[in-house]
Design a protein around this ligand. Structure first.
Ligand code: UD1
Length: 335
């Protein structure tokens, strides 16, 4: 299948592109490199021994975007491009709506023009807001608490309306829980631009001595050790969920939404212990106040994705930490 991948040079996109190529798909990646490095393509090609095209295109640049659609004539789009920093989204909400909503509209418009009827849309568990019941099923209420989360929810609604408005249109919305880890080669992984705000890259920075300690946000949550818990999902598992979604697009019309998680959560201290085990290096930490907007615990009900797509996660916490550390040692992304 010819698949146009927006944001395909980024963390989730790059792991998915590698799997798409390995599965025999033709891929065109569009990326504006705002949160990724150009060299990623070299590593992906090295890993698959296959080549593909990568173009510097911003999804807000309609002319360049159209040129890519016209030349490539995609049969499906995987739409990863977008902004995802929660704290930043409070400061510049209009930037988030422009990138995450207008960018999506641009893509759907061109899909219509070039008769492309299939899309996999990157959403996030952040659309649920603070969980009222665990595990979180796809039926859980949608009450995002940040502009970023709301921009993703708007995107989901647009996708639903788009799919209802025409025949043969198929969409899969994937709600990611917490993506972590790296490809086992250590050649691709998470390489955020600027100072990271997610737990795994911060722990890695702490282990490397780039920052003196990890600040743990809260010690008195109602969890087994008092620290907050999340459903961490290995990036290779998350990538394979996209390939499963593609298979579904081929055989159905309409829109389906799936959680992509493991169905269990680990606390911050669980993650620290796993990293210490893998690296044999102690992670210095101190407790600080809770971060505003953080849920005590959050994990997915994964029954639907298992039933409909036949997909389940394969990687455990140890492999998540092990591959993240291997990436750090092999590629030295954070230094
Ligand atoms: C955050 C975002 C969420 C986004 C997700 C994936 C917030 C409030 N939520 O989720 O919208 O979809 O990232 O990008 O920002 N932690 C520490 N110390 C740190 C960093 C994190 O204790 O320095 C803890 C957090 O309290 C949390 C866990 O580690 O319990 C994971 O944090 P993080 O990686 O930021 O993910 P989320 O908070 O789940």
């Amino acid at each position: 299948m010819r698949i146009l991948v927006t944001g395909g040079n980024g963390y989730i996109g790059s792991h998915t592109v590698r799997q798409l190529l390995a599965a025999g798909h033709r891929v065109l990646v569009l990326d504006n490199f705002s949160n990724s490095k150009q060299e990623v393509k070299i590593e992906i090609q090295r890993l698959c021994n296959l080549s593909y095209d990568l173009e510097e295109v911003d999804i807000l640049d309609n002319d360049k975007l159209e040129c890519a659609f016209r030349n490539f004539q995609p049969e499906a789009v995987m739409h990863f491009a977008g902004l995802k920093a929660v704290a930043e989204s409070f400061k510049v909400p209009e930037k988030y709506y422009r990138e995450n909503v207008v960018g999506l509209l641009n893509i759907l418009q061109l899909m219509e023009k070039y008769s492309c009827k299939n899309i996999v849309f990157s959403s996030s568990a952040t659309v649920y807001g603070l969980p009222t019941i665990l595990p979180i099923t796809e039926e859980h209420g949608l009450n995002p608490i940040s502009p970023y989360g709301r921009s993703k929810l708007v995107g989901e609604n647009i996708i639903k309306d788009w799919s209802n408005a025409g025949s043969d249109r198929s969409a899969v919305i994937l709600r990611y829980f917490n993506p972590v880890g790296a490809h086992s080669s250590g050649l691709i992984g998470e390489n955020p631009t600027g100072v990271p705000s997610n737990l795994f890259p911060i722990i890695l920075r702490t282990i490397l001595g780039i920052q003196p300690n990890l600040e743990i946000y809260g010690y008195d949550y109602d969890t087994h050790d008092g620290t907050a818990a999340r459903d961490y999902i290995h990036i290779e598992d998350l990538a394979s969920a996209h390939l499963a979604a593609l298979d579904l697009l081929a055989v159905f019309e309409g829109v389906e939404t799936f959680n992509v998680g493991t169905g269990r959560s680990y606390t911050v201290l669980d993650v620290i212990k796993a990293f210490e085990h893998v690296t044999k290096i102690q992670v210095p930490y101190k407790f600080v106040d809770r971060r505003s907007g953080d849920a005590p615990n959050c994990f997915a009900d994964v029954a639907k994705i298992k039933r409909v797509l036949g997909w389940t996660s394969q990687y455990g916490l140890h492999q998540m930490c092990d591959t993240a550390w291997n990436w750090c040692e092999t590629t030295k992304p954070l230094t």
